[in-house]
Ligand binder design. Sequence first.
Ligand code: NAD
Length: 482
Amino acid sequence: MTEKLLIAGEWVPAASGATSTTYDPSTASPLAEFAEAGPADVDAAVAAARSAFEDPAWRDLTPDARGRLLWKVADLIERDAAAIAELETRDQGQPIAMSTGVNVTLAAQVFRYYAGWATKIEGKLSSVSVPDTLHYTRREPLGVVGLITPWNFPFAIAAWKLAPALATGNTVVLKPAEQTPLSTLRLGELCVEAGIPAGVVNVLTGGPEAGKALVAHRGVNKISFTGSTEVGQQIAAAAAIDLKRVGLELGGKAPSIITRGADIDAAVIGNLQGALFNTGQACGAYTRFYVDSKRADEFTEKIAAAAQTLKVGPGLDFDTVLGPLVSQEQLDRVAGYVDGGVAQGAQLVTGGGRASGPGLDAGYFFSPTVFSGVRDDMTIAREEIFGPVLSIFSYDDEDEVVARANATDYGLAAVVWTHDLTEAHRLAARIQAGTVFVNQLPLIDPGAPWGGFGLSGWGREMGTFALDEFTETKGVWVNLAR
Ligand code: NAD
């Protein structure tokens, strides 16, 4: 069976009849066929979203009713959580514990969070100095928004864009990544089942061409994109033509600073998880480990030893810690970075190639890899690898490590490991990143802003920040003079 597109409440094939295949990364075998949307489908989906935006069935829905619809979607996600998590694991490869406990759980949480906000989208009475005048602001939906998502946490990222876009009264065209379209199609089905009016949520599966057509479309008021910095830059340039609004959540290269007084055993456990969850395919993953030179050997030995114990395997095996990479392309990319690190003189402490063993040979498995003696100018220290690769550096003083941690084009996340309270807050203030964790795993929560400095993007998602991202502010002046 070929998965179809959701346009105007109907499931339809691509206008061109084109289809593509998605693969199971654990076996490299085909998993499903899906419709490959092209420009004609983008036109149809945008037209459907526009007419739904103008339709009283959506436009005049009370905030309370909108909130109830979002709450209903959360209920349906929870009802089907096990099936969605299994589908996500088959399509993406991530361990079932992660797709269940993080990906799908977070999606339901985000829908509930924004269900609550639907009734709290308020303007302000403005304090203008013009006599006999009332001025107030209204927060209005933007119109039709295009949501373009990546392959690393497909279900959660679709949800964390869709829920605030709907809570604020927009209509959407949602395009998942071509590597992992399946769970987003289920999300579309749940929106229909919840009773969200036809055309409010449209789902187009397909690759970059569908994304480009959506970005170029004059009927789209905003693009909210999560993906690579390179594509984010192309989207910003393309959106400049009609000054479409753009939100960009892009790549990262998070530094982890392990100070002299840190609890090394806790830092080893936290950093290993922070570096390797989702097999390192996470924008907030810890990748650059700056360890106080007095503790660097101890940290390197312990984290390399711990990395060797991690179970690599198919995501559906309950004891798997490290699943496969998402695709052959990603496997080649990670292997290329690792070979480059060796060629540039970094010392390979453990890993360094494909993981082999029973059941691993066909899939895209890569061994957890630790480099020490990494220099700041090496490619593995500068570019986002998006795989299970840790680079360890050593440092001698705080000013030095702050300068080195900040010497990156990215600025999404960072972590500090210390038991010194003043050091923790000093470093949190000095590091240039959208989020700084202290003695923590990289966490995402609907209540906390998420987004980056520099080439990590524009804008913030989650919290009230996403409400701003999906609304326009209108000022209303009223002459009260008699
Ligand atoms: P990608 O940029 O290749 O693709 C992302 C999406 O954009 C896909 O749906 C793709 O089809 C579409 N696309 C590709 N070219 C396009 C174009 N020219 N115009 C419009 N759409 C286009 O990213 P990816 O490889 O799927 O995901 C990995 C990247 O995502 C990493 O760089 C990672 O850091 C980033 N990411 C960032 C965050 C964050 O919150 N900052 C979260 C997850 C992933």
